[in-house]
Design a binder for this molecule. Structure first.
Ligand SMILES: Cc1ncc(COP(=O)(O)O)c(C=O)c1O
Length: 413
């Protein structure tokens, strides 16, 4: 007897998250691939593989002997963590954040975004009754899944070269209404600059347009800033939406320690911005989790304030820049039309014409023949058709091996 029917309608429609499906397939094929000298090299997960800052390890170790560090923390975050976030926001973006009212600690930014979405959506099964969140297409695959499990409707806003990856929001709204959906059903707009999977950033002027649009239509603005510290031009750093006029009336922004410090396993992040949104997020979180291990918060706080943390980011960005450029050159030598991203460590690559836009087939072939693991573009939305996302996180040696394998195994463009 299956127990599936006991689960709610939304959860029943969930698939295992795409990254774990890919990992599973990679594991199944590993033995066979090793036999033909094609040991899998993963370029699928957005997870830097470098060691975390030594400063973080030493700080963490040094606080573990304090008995008070091991007890429950407050869900909102310890004062030292909230204050360090506030200082960080001021130093990095010139933004004033009240540590008492405008910040909340998170078990990674994914958790925070998922919980906020859950709070915004009144679950519905009939499509036209569903609450809507406008999300980037292509965009982070989790947004769509989070909406599915919350009983909401994902509306993809078109990120294209024609609009320079800054979609016209009034046009998008018109399109939503023209399909018979009601404006009052639109709960939020999610923006994500630097964008996963495109590696694109946007101007501060565009962020202001997003704020103005959301204020005009009474929509919550969710800015996912997980990649703000991964950039390759010191003079053109990604912005915070909270730099915009009026943003704090309507916007909340999500931050992560995962990407800038290669601390994906630590599960540490924060949300900051509009006091009302932070307070509502806090109410839910205080009922379902009991905060983050204080040792992690203390280490995170010290890292945000430290010279070592800033140097780590600077060095990591230099390393990523050289690594990605080298890989871009390798792909170009195989005939691919690919450009260096402005930020984040992703390459968005058009697949060869002979695949007729079938990126899943291209990704499957690369894995099965050459042990190269990447993600088909469709995983990020309908506009991902014909593309694959390459997460350039492997070692330089492995990246060179990939170019070699592609050459030998017939994967020229
Ligand atoms: C756009 C984006 N947002 C959020 C996250 C989640 O990061 P974390 O939960 O590790 O903070 C990711 C992870 O890949 C991401 O790509």
């Amino acid at each position: 007897m299956s127990l599936k029917s006991k689960f709610n309608d939304y959860v029943q429609s969930l698939e295992t998250y795409i990254m774990f499906q890919i990992k599973q397939k990679q594991m199944e094929l590993t033995e066979e691939l090793i036999k033909k000298d094609r040991k899998p090299i993963a370029l699928s997960m957005g997870a830097p593989v470098d060691m975390v800052p030594n400063f973080a390890i030493e700080t963490l170790k040094s606080c573990l002997d304090d008995p008070s560090i091991h007890t429950y923390s407050t869900p909102k975050g310890e004062t030292y963590f909230l204050e360090a976030v506030s200082r960080r926001m001021k130093k990095r973006f010139g933004v004033d954040i009240d540590p008492k009212k405008e910040v909340f600690s998170l078990i990674g930014s994914k958790e925070g975004i998922a919980n906020l979405i859950r709070e915004l959506i009144n679950p519905a099964t009939v499509e036209k009754d569903k609450d809507i969140i406008m999300c980037p297409n292509p965009g982070y695959a989790s947004y769509k899944e989070m909406l599915k499990v919350s009983g909401g409707l994902y509306w993809g806003i078109k990120m294209t070269p024609e609009n320079n990856y800054m979609p016209n929001l009034e046009d998008e709204l018109k399109e939503i209404l023209s399909k018979g959906y009601k404006e009052e059903k639109i709960k939020a707009l999610i923006i994500n600059y630097p964008n996963n999977p495109l590696g694109k950033t946007c101007t501060l002027d565009y962020m202001q347009k997003c704020v103005d649009f959301c204020k005009k239509h009474n929509i919550i603005l969710i800015s996912d800033n997980a990649y703000c510290d991964l950039y390759f031009d010191e003079n053109d750093k990604p912005h915070s939406v909270l730099e915009c006029e009026g943003a704090k009336d309507i916007a909340v922004e999500f931050y992560s320690f995962s990407k800038p410090y290669a601390m994906t396993g630590w599960r540490l992040g924060w949300a900051c911005g509009c006091e009302e949104i932070i307070s509502m997020l806090g109410k839910l979180k205080s009922t379902i989790d009991t905060g983050i291990f204080k040792a992690l918060q203390l280490t995170g706080a010290k890292l945000l304030d430290s010279k070592e943390g800033d140097e780590y980011i600077e060095n990591a960005n230099k390393k990523f820049s050289a690594k990605i450029q080298n890989f871009v050159n390798g792909l170009k030598s195989l005939g691919y039309d690919v450009e260096m991203p402005k930020a984040a460590f992703y390459l968005w690559v058009k697949i060869p014409e002979r695949y007729n836009g079938d990126s899943k087939k291209f990704a499957d072939d690369l894995l099965e023949k050459s042990g190269i693991v990447l993600v088909p573009g469709e995983a990020f939305g309908t506009l991902g058709k014909g593309y694959v996302r390459i997460s350039v996180v492997a070692s330089d040696e492995n990246l060179n091996t990939i170019i070699e394998r592609m050459k030998l195994d017939g994967f020229q463009y």
